[in-house]
Design a protein around this ligand. Sequence first.
Ligand code: DAH
Length: 341
Amino acid sequence: MKEQLAKIRAEALAAMEAAQDSAALDALRVQYLGKKGELTAVLKMMGKLSPEERPAMGQLANEVRAALENALEEQGKKLEAQALDSRLKAEALDITIPGKTPRLGHRHPMYIALDEIKEIFIGMGFDVLDGPEIELASYNFDRLNADEGHPSRDWSDTFYFDTDSRVMLRSQTSPMQVRAMETRELPIRIIAPGRVYRKDEVDATHSPMFHQVEGMVIDKGVTMADLKGTLNAVVEHLYGKGTKTRFRPHHFPFTEPSCEMDVQCHKCGGVGCPTCKGEGWIELLGAGMIHPRVLEMSGIDPSVYSGWAFGMGLERTAMRRFKIADLRLIFENDMRFLEQF
Ligand code: DAH
């Protein structure tokens, strides 16, 4: 038994010292000191010894057990310290590595143009309104005097949500005129920028989603002269003092009379060049005097009040303002492009 104990002691201590991790160490604890462990088995045989042998053997067995327990604890501490050490090494921060500069975004040229537009209108006493992109056809068409047969109501032009063509993605910001008349006190001076949607294929000048800025004034004694004066001031603010404009007759269901406003080409000064397609002028917006029926439908008496309105394409305005040739660049969000403005 003495030899057996000595053998267990030597083997166990060697194995414990060689254990590489706490799982291996725990396995050794079970192997020697567990219920069915090797040392436990020897201790169980104590009862078979003679009374003379028992005290000395008992003492030796206890010493072996204490030695094993001690070795387990020591090795356990050592392994723990090693694990901590290697973790600290692995997770060490090298504060001498140069930092990563966070990449800052850049203001989008279209929003730079929009801010310029807002700035001049706010300066003239206009409020800026925001409205829903999912709109009722009654606001987008009916109450703007575009009756059931109007071509823009067609399914091939407009995104509808329902088979009755009552709920749609707004195709223009003009429904904001109706919403403003419905919710605001007279006189009204508002602009309403936002997204609009039409079933157009993407190309250099078209996108199924684009932006417009609507504008409207309703007051007593408002005339076409106010329309021209205000829009001329806006154009000079955007494109520089002395920029010439031209008003051409047009048709919109919600204005009478209606017009389109052109700006003299900034590239050629009106002579004709590729930028203006040889015209000398570039179309900027649609406008007109609000149709008396549109006022009436929103409960405003056209014999007392009159108004004017306009709708301009924001992408176009920004493209002209910053001389951008392709509409797709506006939506691609390529930093190399955006950082130029
Ligand atoms: N809503 C028109 C369009 O999308 C633009 C427009 C024209 C708006 C005349 C107006 C206006 O307010 O008076 O083509």
